[in-house]
Design a protein around this ligand. Sequence first.
Ligand SMILES: NC(=O)c1ccc[n+]([C@@H]2O[C@H](COP(=O)([O-])OP(=O)(O)OC[C@H]3O[C@@H](n4cnc5c(N)ncnc54)[C@H](O)[C@@H]3O)[C@@H](O)[C@H]2O)c1
Length: 316
Amino acid sequence: MKVLANDGVSQSGIDALEKAGYEVITTTVAQEQLINYINEKEISVLLVRSATTVRKDLIDACPNLKIIGRGGVGMDNIDVEYAREKGLSVINTPAASSHSVAELVFGHLYGLSRFLHNSNRDMPLEGDSNFKGLKKAYAKGTELKGKTLGVLGFGRIGQATAKVALGAGMKVIAFDPFLETANLELDFFDGQTVNFEIKTISKEDVLKQADFITLHVPAQKEYVIDEAEFNIMKDGVIIVNAARGGVLNEVALVKAIESGKVARAALDVFEKEPKPEMQLLMNPALSLTPHTGAATNEAQDRIGAELATQIISILG
Ligand SMILES: NC(=O)c1ccc[n+]([C@@H]2O[C@H](COP(=O)([O-])OP(=O)(O)OC[C@H]3O[C@@H](n4cnc5c(N)ncnc54)[C@H](O)[C@@H]3O)[C@@H](O)[C@H]2O)c1
C-alpha cells in the first residue's frame, strides 16, 4: 500500500512504514494536482501537516483513500467530520509536540526576561560603538525562579509547560474550565520522579496573580485575552501566545504594551498568518517566532513514529 506524505514525514516514520511493507512517497504534490495524483498512484494514506488542505471535493474524488493523517494537532485544514462520515480514518498526533512547544515558551520567557530579543537586534548594529550603553539598557533583567507562571488552558501543552516551569523553580497556577486538578510527574535524568498536584483556579485569579502568563487553549470564537483581561493583570506582566492566532486580541496587546500594563510579550502564532501585522513585527517589546512551537527534530520523529504506529494498527 502507498502512503503519500505531502508535507513531508520524519525518517523514523518512513522506516517504520517501510518495515511494515508500505511504500512511502514524500513528493510534494501541488494542491490542484493532488486528486489526480492520489487516484493515478493508488494512494491509500494521505499524510499532511498544515500546508496541504483536504476538503470535501478531494474526499469525494478519491474513493480509494483510507486514511488521512495530520502530523501535529490542529486539523483545521481537513474536513474531518465529512471524511469520517465517508468511512475514512482521520488521525493526528496530539501529544508528540507538547514538550517542544513548552520549551519554545521558555525560550521566549528567558529571552524576554533578559531582553535577549532586543539585545540580538542591537548588538550587530551597536555592539562595537555603544557596548556600555547597551549594557546599561539591558541591565534590569529578572529571574524566572520564584516567580509565578499563570497557565491558561491546562491540557497537554499547558501541563508540559507547567512541568518545565516547576523544574525552573517557578510557582505554577492554572485555569481550565474543563479540568479541576492535574497530576504532574517530573522525571529526572537519574530516574528520580517528583509529583505535583495542581488544582486549577479561576481565570480572574490567574490573571491577577501571575508575573508571566502563557496561553495553551484551543482555537475558539471569542478572544481568551482581550482588553478586559489585560486590565486585571499585574503591571509589567510578560505574556506568551504559542496557542493559536485569534485567542489573544493583538490590537489590545499593543495597547497594553503602550500603556505599560504588559512589559513584553512573545508571539509564535498570529491572527493573520502567514502575514502578521507589521505593527507586531516591528514592535521592540515583542519576541517573535514564525509558528515554530512544534518544529523540533524530536517532535517530528515522534510525530512520524506515532503516525506509522496508527496506520499499521488501522490497515495492518
Ligand atoms: N505553537 C505551535 O506550534 C503549536 C503546536 C501544537 C499545538 N498548538 C496549539 O496549542 C494549543 C493547546 O494544545 P494542546 O495539545 O495542549 O490541547 P489540549 O486539548 O490538550 O488542551 C487545551 C486545554 O484548553 C482548555 N480550554 C479550552 N477553552 C479554554 C478557555 N477558554 N480557557 C482556558 N482553558 C480552556 C481545554 O479544557 C483543554 O484542557 C492549541 O491551540 C493548539 O492548536 C500550537
